[in-house]
Design a protein around this ligand. Structure first.
Ligand code: ADP
Ligand code: MG
Length: 441
């Protein structure tokens, strides 16, 4: 993509309304713009990150055997009356009437909808287990939408739902999601720690929140230090094998959210030098809630001995549109964002220090084509701007690599290659640039 053509309205000044660094940087880097309170437009650069995040979530969910589908944003109030949540949900629910005065709502979550699909489609225990998910916009009329996309009113969530005949089956589904979540966040360069959590308005009795440690987080959390350093991606996972050893490792030591925190147990179980008490951002949340919806809504299956039993369910959410902000909270410096490679909107930023100079223009066009054809998405800053402004913009938007082309280096066939995360710079021969990036040096 050529910078001169891209809709990328970067800002030099810090927007006054933004309280936390990720919100400031998302506005300054031209990723999002507020449409109304807690509702955001995703501009091209931001949307590329959102799609990469979504794709990682999709790949890791698919790996568990979960099946992707799509449910609508607008739901019927009658379904929610069946579960009893139409009244319970209160003002957080956006309620709508159509022209026939039928009550509708913009879905804040999808337990009722998926339970309705299930009860109409699955009749026998032989068809279980089932694990279904979708990635869809939600609306919750939050009292205090804040911190940009971190706590929006409209937000994108991946929500999965599991159906099993009994608790043991449901626990196997829970374990699959638990392990899948560890991998999802690790692939985004995040260290997310599963912490015992309260089950909240969705209800139930087994629940973990996946938390990223950050001073700007809304939750207070307490955990054993060993969990912070653990490398998740070093071993492959077989989702058909018993996952209890992995889940056991992550649940044997203390890691709890505020509501579940017990200071006496924390002091007794965790040595003083291992006690971590910090703030955190919730990026995912998994629940087992048994027959809470299947019983009132009549989602039953017939068993081997001909009985009819309500299915055991769980639900599993990832805050897809919260993640770009959470990643920025975890990865930035004074100059701007530092994207982990896996979610960067482009891999390379190509800077032409002297647009209009024939040698620089030719070299840049050549590099631009070569990088793209080698599979490195490249944003080429071809504008007639001061070098200083181009450097500042490129650091701000935080692409992992910068290739800087100027007349002085070119005289010797050299360009500069800079790694955004470390600031390390190397003079390299033009022809070597793609190979150097591929080799990460
Ligand atoms: N208002 C919001 N804005 C952005 N993301 C949200 C919002 N509310 C929840 N999420 C994300 O969706 C995930 C699943 O939501 P859930 O656990 O059902 O919400 P809650 O924790 O508010 O009950 C959360 O872990 C969080 O990452
Ligand atoms: Mg939650």
């Amino acid at each position: 993509m050529r910078r001169s053509r891209l809709l990328l309205p970067t800002l030099k000044e810090t927007p006054a309304e933004a309280e936390i660094v990720s919100h400031r940087l998302m506005l300054r880097a031209g990723m999002v713009r507020q449409a109304s309170a807690g509702i955001y437009n995703w501009l091209p650069l931001g949307y590329r990150v959102l799609r990469k995040v979504e794709q990682i979530v999709r790949e890791e969910q698919d790996a568990t055997g979960a099946q992707e589908m799509l449910m609508p944003t607008i739901q019927s109030a009658d379904l929610w009356r069946e579960s009893g949540r139409y009244d319970d949900y209160g003002k957080e629910m956006l309620r709508i009437q159509d022209r026939h005065e039928r009550d509708l709502l913009y879905g804040p979550t999808n337990e009722e909808q998926i339970t309705d699909i299930f009860r109409k489609s699955v009749m026998s225990y032989r068809e279980l287990p089932k694990l279904l998910y979708h990635i869809q916009w939600k609306f919750r009329d939050e009292v205090r939408p804040r911190f940009g996309v971190m706590r929006g009113r409209e937000f994108l969530m991946k929500d999965a739902y599991s159906f099993d005949t009994d608790f043991d089956g449901a626990k196997r589904a829970y374990n699959k999601m638990f392990v899948s979540y560890l991998r999802i966040f690790a692939r985004m360069g995040l260290r997310a720690i599963p912490m015992e959590a309260e089950t909240g308005p969705i209800g139930g009795n087994l629940s973990h929140e996946f938390i990223i440690l950050a001073d700007t987080g809304e939750s207070e959390v307490f955990c054993h230090r060993d969990y912070i350093e653990h490398d998740v991606l070093s071993h492959a996972v077989d989702y058909e094998a018993d996952l209890e050893p992995i889940v056991g490792f992550w649940t044997e030591k203390y890691a709890r959210t505020d509501e579940k925190h017990d200071p006496a147990a924390f002091a007794a179980e965790v040595p003083a030098d291992k006690q971590v008490s910090r703030r955190g951002i919730e990026v995912g949340h998994i629940f087992y809630f048994g027959t809470k919806y299947s019983a009132p809504m009549g989602a039953t299956v017939s068993t081997a001995d001909g009985q009819s039993v309500p299915v055991h369910m769980g639900s599993y959410g990832v805050g897809v549109s919260r993640l770009p902000a959470a990643i920025i909270e975890a990865s930035h410096d004074e100059a701007g964002i530092i994207w982990p490679d896996a979610v960067a909107p482009y891999t390379v930023g190509l800077i032409n220090l002297k647009t209009g100079d024939a040698a620089c223009d030719t070299a840049c066009e050549d590099l631009y084509n070569r990088l793209n054809s080698n599979g490195f998405d490249t944003l080429y800053d071809d504008r007639e701007e001061r070098a200083g402004a181009k450097f500042a913009d490129m650091d701000l938007i935080g692409l992992p690599w910068q290739v800087i082309v100027g007349p002085r280096g070119l005289a010797n066939g050299q360009v500069e290659l800079k790694r955004r995360a470390t600031g390390e710079r190397h003079e390299v021969a033009m022809a070597d640039v793609p190979a150097r990036i591929a080799a990460h040096v």
